[in-house]
Design a binder for this molecule. Structure first.
Ligand code: GLP
Length: 265
């Protein structure tokens, strides 16, 4: 696991964009499908802004990209501005020219969410491997919408949100916690582990405790982010605030200073 501690959220966005771009380049060299795993929430937004800039100013192409979302609310009607399908369209995929038909997410508006979860898992496995899966982390350690207690080998399924997550996400629903859906569809932790490269980004003091628990605590379903410890290729990108409780912070800074020039992401 590589932990990249950087001064500002903008620096984090740049490195995450580098990692996504490197993943696309790797897939293209292999002639493999350019499958990206995208996350929503506020954490990836600066990376998306940087990718949009590179697309506009440097010609970075996403024409062959197939994008798969991590998760989705259950019960929001298609086209709801806070459905993750809409969020990703608004924040990234339209601006970088990914055909909407190539942007996939669990269908939270389906009459049978359980069947929608199974269908999504199958579709993802058929399209994969995901070359880079972007992740954020919740204040309670969740990744995707895998709340504490999630099986470490779970697949896409329906989950019930904790009240803490609903409260955290109320800011996207005009601060009305009652407007935040109770149920969600999320890739499982086992689904996420199948991606080739996991890139977790976290910024701000409120992420310091979950980042430390996920990276340096025990591997446990009580901290779903700790599942990263099982994966062979993980990059965690944090600003100084989010990395402030890492016991190994000094070593991570040292390792970054001495990162082998040809190591890449
Ligand atoms: C949300 C999303 C996650 C996200 C996390 C952190 O509820 N389902 O995918 O990583 O919680 O959100 P944020 O980046 O806004 O802090």
């Amino acid at each position: 696991m590589e932990v990249v501690l950087l001064p500002t959220p903008t620096d984090c966005g740049r490195v995450v964009a580098d990692a996504l771009q490197a993943g696309l380049a790797r897939a293209r060299v292999r002639g493999a499908p350019a499958v990206l795993g995208l996350a929503t929430g506020s954490s990836p937004l600066l990376a998306y802004r940087e990718l949009v800039r590179r697309h506009a100013e440097e010609g970075l192409s996403f024409a062959d990209v197939e994008a798969f979302l991590l998760d989705e609310y259950v019960g929001l009607p298609a086209g709801h501005p806070e459905s993750y399908r809409e969020v990703i369209r608004r924040e990234l995929t339209d601006a970088v020219g990914i055909d909407p038909a190539r942007v996939h997410g669990p269908d939270g508006a389906a009459p049978d969410p359980l069947a929608a979860a199974l269908a999504y898992e199958e579709r993802l496995q058929a399209a994969g491997p995901v070359v880079v899966q972007l992740l954020g982390i919740g204040t309670n350690g969740h990744v995707g919408f895998n709340e504490p207690g999630s099986s470490l080998s779970s697949r896409t399924r329906v989950k019930t949100l904790t009240e803490q997550t609903r409260a955290d996400n109320a800011r996207f629903f005009a601060d009305d916690v009652d407007a935040v859906p109770r149920h969600v569809l999320t890739q499982g932790l086992g689904t996420i582990l199948r991606a080739e490269h996991l890139v977790l980004v976290a910024t701000g003091e409120q992420k310091a405790a979950p980042v430390a628990a996920a990276l340096e605590g025990p591997l446990t379903a009580s901290v779903p982010g700790s599942v990263l410890q099982l994966h062979p290729h993980v990059t965690v990108v944090v600003d100084e605030a989010a990395g402030s409780r890492l016991a190994l912070a000094d070593h991570h800074r040292h390792a970054l200073t001495h990162k082998p020039a040809d190591q890449g992401w």
